[in-house]
Every structure is written in structure tokens, then in C-alpha cells.
Design a protein around this ligand. Structure first.
Ligand code: ZN
Length: 360
């Protein structure tokens, strides 16, 4: 409780002055170039900004974030924050000169608590309380291994969570991690806590340690972009286009781990899957990994791998529009929903989580 209070009071509201930043909401249709245009950057100046730092070309802005503007005579400064990564940029126009570069914001963080009840879909009910896709999907990520469908949640079920709000120069600019969550599933409230680990972290409750699922998670940060949907209809063609695995959204280059001891049965590259690996495990089940940026050099047919061993890196090879790991599980020749078989955390976190539970 005291940490909560300290976080809330640890920043001072900015005083109005020539050096004050104003926070502007990102609006529908906004992107870096349209914002620069609104702020009076000429076409040539916009090109200079883009050329200054490669990262600016992939800057991703969503409606739940803000950017900062500071104006003084002959000078405009912008600060922009990527919605999905920790990337941030400073853009300065001073007379005829343009500077643009990545920088590390000195965020002040406060926690906010949100609560509600489920009417209609779970995702929709959370969005009705906090208008942020990022926050609502992080809440869903917390329960991805506890539910195979949001129908497991009854009408009127209670939920609450706390989420970080990040402030730069005294202004709210974006949400951070969802840290604590609670959701009524089958009448009992299931609570999770976000446990940071290296650069990532997982949503976790002590019960997850005794989970008897046969596989560990293949990644260190669980962010689900698409779930297993055996009967998915294509939205336009209305043809059946099943999604027979789960997509974990992660940056290119993030490690992919073997979720259990196994042996490499196939690996290679094809048009749809990109770089892929298939492992066979001692329980007779197969797991596969698609769109890899890199397959680990040691991977050979017949190679034995142990749980938690790095086998490749997340990427976007094959049919892919954004970096992710497509992870699939095959049981007795059929693709099954991976969330029924994998734990909420990778093997290398086991000991770390056990210690945390013991010390509580
Ligand atoms: Zn997929």
C-alpha cells in the first residue's frame, strides 16, 4: 500500500512555462507523418526526420497513447512513444535544423485500479472500463492458460486489475504493465500477479506451480496475438480457415525455448511456415514453431533437446505480417489447443517462481 502511495505522489504537476510540454492524444488516422504535418513540419523536414533514425519508420502509435509537444519562439520539440515497445524519440526543429533520435524517457509511474463486471464478452467488458486495447489484451493474457473460451466466465462475474500509468515531463503518455489481476471463473476469484523476469515476465499465481500440464511455455513473455480456433471463418471469403496453433507476439530475435525434453524430427523452411522446427516429446506429442527469424545452429534432425534449451529466435519469415511465434501442439495426429497443455511460464523460471512462492 505504501509503494502505491509513494508512486502516486512522486511526481509534481508541470508548471506552465515556455518549457512546458503539452500532451496530445493520438487520434484515429494519426501517424508520425500526419502529426509532423499538423505541427508545421514541411515535406522536406518530415523526410529529414524519417532519415534521422531508422526506428522512426516503424513507430507505432495507438489511440490510448499521447505524444508531447513543446513550442517556444523558433523551436518545436516533439516526444513520441511507441505503443508496443519501449522505443521513444525526441524530435527537435530549431530554425532550419532538424534533429531526431531515440532517447530513454525517465518515466514516473503511478498505479491505477480498475474494476467491473462481465456483461457480454470479457474483452468488451474490460474495454468498457478502460479504453485501451493494450490494457484489455494484457488482462486477457493473464488468463490465457485458465480458460479455453471466455464462455467459462459467467454473466456478472467480477474482475479488477491494477495497471501502470507512465508519465513523462509530468504528463500521462502511455500505459505500462498490468500488474495484479482478479477474475471470477466458475464462481471463484482467480488472482494473478505479473512477475518480471529479465526483459520479460509472466502472469502467475501460486497454483500455477502445481499445474500438471506437460509443457512449459516456449517464450518468456506471454502476449497472445491469436488463439487456437479450429473453426475460424475467413471474414471476407467466409471459408473455413482454422488457426491450429497459438500466436505469441514478441519482438524479432527474442529466444524460443524447448517446452519439454524432446528430439528434433524436422526443421527447415517453407513458403507458409517460414523457418520452422518440429519436436517430438517422450509423451508422444509433437510441438512446432513457425516464422522463426533464426533456427539455432546446433539444430539437426535427431538432436536431443532439453526443457528450456534455446532452439531459435522469434521472427516473421513465411506468411507473416508482424513478428510472432506460431506454436502448435499435435496429439495422436491431431492439432490441439496449446493452452490446455502448456504452463504459464518457461522452464527457466521454475526455480525463481518457487523461491518467490516460498518467501511469501
Ligand atoms: Zn499462428
Amino acid at each position: 500500500m505504501s509503494a502505491f502511495f509513494l508512486a502516486l505522489t512522486s511526481y509534481q504537476p508541470a508548471q506552465a512555462s515556455a518549457n512546458t510540454f503539452t500532451a496530445k492524444p493520438v487520434r484515429l488516422g494519426d501517424n508520425l507523418l500526419s502529426i509532423l504535418r499538423q505541427q508545421g513540419f514541411s515535406e522536406k523536414e518530415r523526410e529529414q526526420v524519417l532519415a534521422a533514425d531508422k526506428g522512426l519508420r516503424t513507430l507505432f502509435l495507438t489511440l490510448d497513447t499521447r505524444y508531447l509537444v513543446r513550442r517556444s519562439p523558433g523551436e518545436v520539440e516533439l516526444r513520441m512513444f511507441d505503443s508496443q515497445t519501449s522505443d521513444a524519440f525526441r524530435i527537435l526543429k530549431k530554425g532550419p535544423s532538424i534533429q531526431a533520435q531515440a532517447y530513454k524517457p525517465n518515466y514516473k509511474i503511478s498505479l491505477t485500479r480498475v474494476e467491473g463486471r462481465v456483461y457480454g464478452s470479457l474483452l468488451g467488458s474490460v474495454l468498457a472500463k478502460i479504453n485501451s486495447n493494450w490494457v484489455a489484451t494484457r488482462f486477457m493474457d493473464a488468463y490465457v492458460f485458465d480458460m479455453t473460451s471466455s464462455r467459462d466466465v459467467a454473466r456478472g462475474a467480477r474482475f479488477w486489475f491494477t495497471v501502470e500509468k507512465k508519465y513523462e515531463a509530468g504528463q500521462f503518455v502511455k500505459y505500462g504493465e498490468v500488474l495484479q489481476t482478479s477474475l471470477e471463473i466458475d464462481g471463484a476469484s482467480v488472482q494473478k500477479r505479473f512477475v518480471r523476469y529479465k526483459d520479460g515476465g509472466v502472469f502467475f499465481s501460486a497454483q500455477d506451480l502445481s499445474d500438471e500440464k506437460p509443457f512449459y511455455a516456449p517464450v518468456e513473455y506471454i502476449k497472445v496475438a491469436s488463439r487456437f480456433k479450429p473453426n475460424r471463418l475467413h471474414p471476407i471469403t467466409k471459408r473455413l480457415q482454422p488457426h491450429l496453433g497459438i500466436d505469441f507476439e514478441l519482438p524479432t530475435g527474442d529466444p524460443v525455448f524447448a517446452p519439454r525434453k524432446g528430439i528434433v524430427v524436422r526443421y527447415g523452411n517453407n513458403r507458409a511456415a517460414g523457418n520452422y522446427i518440429v519436436l517430438l516429446h517422450s509423451n508422444g506429442m509433437e510441438t512446432s514453431y513457425n516464422h522463426l527469424h533464426r533456427i539455432d545452429k546446433r539444430i539437426r534432425q535427431g538432436l536431443k533437446v532439453s526443457a528450456g534449451e534455446k532452439i531459435g529466435e522469434v521472427g516473421c519469415t513465411g506468411y507473416c505480417t508482424r513478428a510472432h511465434l506460431h506454436f502448435a501442439v499435435k496429439k495422436k495426429g491431431r492439432m490441439v489447443d496449446p493452452v490446455k497443455y502448456i504452463k504459464a511460464y518457461p522452464q527457466q523460471m521454475q526455480e525463481f517462481l518457487e523461491e518467490r512462492v516460498a518467501s511469501n
